[in-house]
Design a protein around this ligand. Structure first.
Ligand code: FAD
Length: 452
């Protein structure tokens, strides 16, 4: 039986909201996205889009456009902070052979714009300047800040880490846990190119990383050489972890570049020179937040659900936050396709939760672990980490050959086929005997080497 076209409201027009809008519009539903900002907003640095997310984006008919906007070259290059010696090279070229897609590196504003354009092509209505104020989960309905009331068959909360919809779903406020601090600095590409010390960072345009005790930095040329962007992270346990203004959340708070330079004094000359070039106004800061595992992603009525950072905001250290939103969107679309009448929507949403929650929470834990691994103090653990990375770089030992079992530490992350997995689970849930028996497709534990 064909799925009816449901009326769906999405709170939030970030990467998660636009992703689920595309997935659901392709399945014939009527979609309105409500975004509080007056225009499409996108601050932040570049985003890595891992292979499993690229596969989904391809199914949305816009991977070619993403490929055109891609700024990655072939690999990620990782240096030791103190002397700039090479610790590892994460060659990404093999991903295409093994997973069918290679990690992309795209400026966040471009990423969001590409999703937005595709959503509009598919007939999605995106309403800016619409702040979601009250959600009635029983009807379900949304009351906007201007008093307008909108009703739907399903409401999706894609309103980010400080989600209002989440409070409705859970019946209580769950505050995100404030963690490490990130600084983002953008410099003119010409400036970095003009200095012989930093010029190689521009002419060899693979993304670069530096690992240090309690800190790490990632950088890459962007906008096809027009800019050089660097994100610097200070672990919350680091003794120089700066006091941060309470409202430092949205990349708009100015960071103290002098303090940042001081905190990176023990770094190799290239990093110090880059920081010397940053103008005071070009340094912004952000408090990285993560959510605890939530008791539920679905409201009591089953008609209001969470997706993206609203459900599982995580540390960015495996570059998986947006990718999890992409996977959520796909699974939610497949689940809704099994609801042949509106009364089945709540069961479909429960299925969505049970398919997605274990994996997203595993990635959340793995991302936190990856940060700890990156921030090891100098010593035994750090030496082992560096040896492991160097071994991989020199021999590509961890790269699976065609037909071999993929033993790469991130295979469970990048090799996940969310659409196939969701459908296998749904066949069981909506199968003839109606058994609700849910596997989650994630390993019990993950090991060392979770470095992106
Ligand atoms: C430093 C850093 C680097 C990262 N790098 C990567 C990476 O390389 N790869 C990756 O996959 N992920 C990465 N991430 C994570 C990724 O950016 C996020 O997981 C992702 O952007 C979350 O998208 P979202 O749409 O769920 O939330 P958001 O981007 O927060 O979007 C939420 C939207 O909802 C709107 N909104 C909020 N409240 C309301 C309301 N009441 N009414 C209407 N609208 C509302 C907001 O204005 C916003 O537009 C990184 C994160 C950080 C901090």
């Amino acid at each position: 039986m064909p799925t009816p076209s449901y009326k769906i409201l999405i709170a939030g027009g970030g990467i998660a909201g636009l992703s689920v809008a595309i997935e659901l519009a392709l399945k014939g539903h009527s979609i309105t996205v409500l975004e509080r900002t007056p225009t499409i907003q996108s601050v932040g640095g570049s985003q890595l889009i891992p292979p499993q997310a690229c596969k989904v984006i391809d199914s949305w008919g816009c991977h070619d456009r993403f490929l055109k906007a891609d700024e990655i070259r072939e690999k990620l290059v990782i240096f030791r902070y103190a002397d700039g010696s090479l610790i590892g090279i994460n060659d990404l070229r093999w991903q295409k052979d093994v997973y069918g897609y290679q990690t992309l590196n795209i400026q966040r504003e471009v990423y969001q714009r590409l999703l937005y354009d595709r959503a509009l092509e598919l007939g999605v209505k995106v309403k800016f300047g619409c702040k979601v104020d009250i959600i009635d989960q029983a009807i379900p309905s949304i009351t906007l800040a201007d008093g307008e009331v909108l009703k739907a068959d399903l409401i999706i909360g894609a309103d980010g880490v400080r989600s209002k919809v989440r409070t409705t779903v859970l019946g209580e406020v769950v505050e995100p846990r404030v963690s490490d601090t990130a600084y983002i600095c953008r410099l003119p590409g010409d400036l970095v190119r003009a200095d012989p010390l930093t010029e190689p960072l521009m002419s060899q345009p693979d993304p670069q990383g530096w690992l240090a005790p309690g800190r790490h930095a990632v950088a890459s040329p962007g906008r096809h050489g027009a800019i050089y962007g660097i994100i610097l992270v200070i672990d919350k346990e680091h003794d120089r972890h700066p006091p941060i203004p309470k409202d430092a959340r949205d990349w708009k708070t100015r960071g103290d570049i002098k303090e940042l330079r001081d905190m990176y004094q023990d770094h190799e000359p290239r990093v110090r020179r880059i920081l010397d070039m940053v103008k005071e106004d070009d340094c912004r800061m952000w408090r990285i937040s993560m959510l605890p595992d939530l008791k539920s992603w679905v409201s009591e009525s089953g008609k209001v659900v969470l997706l993206g950072d609203a459900a599982h905001a995580m540390h960015p250290y495996l570059a998986q936050g947006s990718a999890m939103a992409t996977e959520d969107a796909t699974a939610l679309g497949e689940c809704l396709s099994r609801a042949t009448e509106v009364s089945q929507v709540p069961l479909a949403m429960k299925a969505y939760e049970s398919i997605r929650k274990p994996r997203a929470e595993k990635l959340k834990a793995a991302s936190e672990f990856s940060g700890k691994e990156k921030h090891y103090p100098d010593g035994e653990k750090q030496r082992k980490r560096d040896e492991l990375m160097m071994k991989g770089a020199e021999t590509q030992l961890t790269v699976p050959k065609k037909g071999e079992k993929n033993m790469h530490p991130t295979a469970w992350v990048h090799g996940h086929d969310v659409r196939a997995h969701a459908n296998a689970e749904l066949d069981r849930i909506f199968g003839e005997d109606g058994t609700v028996s849910l596997g989650n497709g994630v390993p019990e534990s993950f090991g060392e080497g979770l470095i992106v």
